[in-house]
Design a protein around this ligand. Sequence first.
Ligand code: NAP
Length: 339
Amino acid sequence: MPFCTSHSSGIGSSDTNLHSLAPKANWLGGKRFASGTSKSEMETWLNGLDIKQSQTADSAKQVGVFDFQTKTVLLNSGYEMPINGLGTYSLHGDVCASSVKSALKNGVRLIDTASAYGNEEEVGQAIREAINEGIIEREDVFVITKIYPGSEMANPEAAIQACLDRLDIDYVDMMLLHHPDRNDVKAYKAIEQFVRDGKIRSIGLSNWYVEELESFLPQVTITPALVQNEIHPYYQENDVIPFIQEKGIVVQGWYPLGGRGHTAELLNDNTISCIARMHGVSSAQVILRWNLQKGVVVIPGSSNPDHIKENTELYHFILTDNEMNRINALDRNEKHDWY
Ligand code: NAP
């Protein structure tokens, strides 16, 4: 229910204009309050509307707390982000476009790409096609992209605009700095300006750890909404995750299945396979669910429609404390990539 105040005029045509922008909304009558209206007058009006608890639940949502009903998390930027998505690293051309399409058809609403992946055009094309085919509306999907160190961060405005142009989906839900760089503060401030201009909604960082965050955060205005780092059962970052989460910043894990070349060992891990059998699910689902229960958003990469679908089916089983602890015990500080 939109709420408006005005200087002196009435609600005018806002009612009909807003309604057409939110066609799925259950529309209730609005009211204009004069300046100086007391809190109790507004409460009396609100209470008289008989709004059910479920309709007001949003206001009770806490930043960073996963909602397993809606499968989303509220970011410190005020936007909601799905907690499971599709990663598109190493997917190109038709394979990338059809993987994104397949994900969208299977209900995935979070897509992770990057300038460095060289596939933003395909990702954007798949999203536009899905919109044209009525599978989604633009607002339904949350798209993350990233700008890269070196020349991109040295000329951030051009690099950011190039991402927007290649994706061509009106706005970007979140832009990350892909890695720390000597120009990272300058690049971040450039993204902040795109946020103010309404072309980007939220900002985040990738491959930032405790020391890097401690020196970076005091230098920027908008607190990052997300940090995306390597996280899987063999590399758990148990010291870094709480440090980030305590700041109201959401953590997202890359290489959740260990990354290409390492997935077989993780998926065949005895502990994980045994837990998977107990729940009648796959090892991949156990690893993804373990992440979610730790408050870590997952973006597994896949070009296999069956895997893409399987990776969305994470909400019909719960890992016990004992099972979580057994997976926690698998940590061997084994990073699968250099950054
Ligand atoms: P990953 O998700 O750990 O593993 C992908 C591999 O797992 C693919 O070979 C895929 O094969 C397989 N797979 C996926 N679902 C499966 C399932 N249900 N059962 C069996 N195998 C399955 O690695 P990733 O894609 O490289 O990483 C995830 C995402 O993180 C990337 O796509 C990217 O968006 C992001 N990322 C970010 C950074 C960074 O620096 N910020 C770095 C790396 C990655 P199939 O295609 O056959 O399913």
